[in-house]
Write a protein that binds this ligand. Structure first.
Ligand SMILES: Nc1ncnc2c1ncn2[C@@H]1O[C@H](COP(=O)(O)OP(=O)(O)OP(=O)(O)O)[C@@H](O)[C@H]1O
Length: 287
């Protein structure tokens, strides 16, 4: 299958729900950050999560990943079910086998997910080995080959060097792509990606977007991608969820959400992000 076909919408038969969020509310220090959020992530689908800064997108991803924070400060209610199992209230120990191979997370500060002074190859292999009990044994040589191929696919020019490098030796954009590779290598059932293309130039952005869309559409993963990239991530997604001040303002296909019958806030956001994208294009052309 060509890489561009990964950008075609998933098939029309009803895909299986992998993750179901119901009536999720979060208050931090007594202030409501998310209010009654509902969301379903399905196998083979790309769901884009968009909204203005401070709307609660990262908080939603953190809560799904079981990283809401200090329970004395962060109050969570509602339900997050992964493959039928309730995640809210699970202990760290119970969540450990679910993280990585069940639910993967590409953090906004992608490099921050790694120890800055240890080689990428060692860290990625170690993370994959931590899930051998769930995913089966790993052959280090095969794993390294797969990692190098994925680095190349993600436009990392010298895959061997990336494998042998420590995060502080690579640029922000290279760290971001290495983090995307690490998450994809775990082949999670659900992948949460927080602005995965934000620190990248146009060519790298395209390769990351294609790899993430292929994860869902070719390999049946369920992707939730926070993105301000309206033209190449939000609009081509299968479903869009718009968060406004902690509430779901609109949810549905991009055509429905941004169309004339959709939400006024979504259309305003669409226009604002489109203007931003156009000014970035001009900026790139001038550089
Ligand atoms: N640990 C925290 N302590 C206090 N307030 C927090 C914390 N984490 C998030 N918040 C608050 O929750 C709200 C939502 O933040 P969040 O980072 O989820 O928004 P966002 O939509 O991801 O924003 P952005 O697009 O800028 O990344 C903000 O008002 C933020 O200040």
């Amino acid at each position: 299958m060509s890489s561009s076909s990964a950008l075609q919408p998933a098939s029309t038969s009803l895909p299986e729900p992998r993750l179901v969020v119901r009536d999720l509310s979060v208050a931090i220090d007594g202030r409501t950050v998310l209010a009654n959020v509902n969301l379903t992530l399905r196998a083979g689908e790309v769901t884009a999560l968009a909204g203005a800064s401070g709307g609660g997108k990262t908080t939603l991803l953190r809560v799904i990943a079981g990283l809401a924070g200090d329970r004395k400060r962060v109050c969570v209610s509602g339900s997050v079910r992964f493959e039928g199992r309730e995640l809210l209230g699970l202990t760290e120990r119970q969540l450990r086998p679910i993280r990585g191979s069940g639910i993967g997370w590409i953090m906004q500060d992608a490099g921050g997910a790694f120890c800055p002074v240890r080689r990428y190859g060692d860290q990625i292999l170690e993370a994959a080995r931590a899930h051998e009990d769930v995913n089966g044994p790993i052959d280090p040589k095969d794993f390294r080959e797969r990692a190098l191929a994925l680095f190349a696919e993600l436009d990392l020019k010298d895959p061997e060097r990336v494998w042998a490098s420590r995060p502080f030796e690579l640029s922000g954009g290279m760290n971001q792509r290495a983090a995307v590779a690490a998450a994809l290598l775990s082949e999670p059932a659900v992948l949460l990606a927080d602005e995965p293309t934000s620190a990248l130039d146009a060519a790298s952005r395209k390769s990351v977007r294609e790899a993430l869309f292929a994860y869902a559409r070719k390999r049946g993963g369920a992707l939730l991608a926070v993105s301000h990239d309206i033209g190449s991530v939000v609009r081509p997604a299968d479903r869009v969820v718009i968060l406004n001040a902690g509430r779901v303002d609109a949810e549905g296909t991009p055509e429905a959400v941004f169309g004339p019958e959709g939400s006024a806030y979504a259309r305003e956001l669409d226009a604002a992000l489109f203007r931003l994208e156009r000014s970035e294009c001009v900026q790139n052309a001038l550089e």
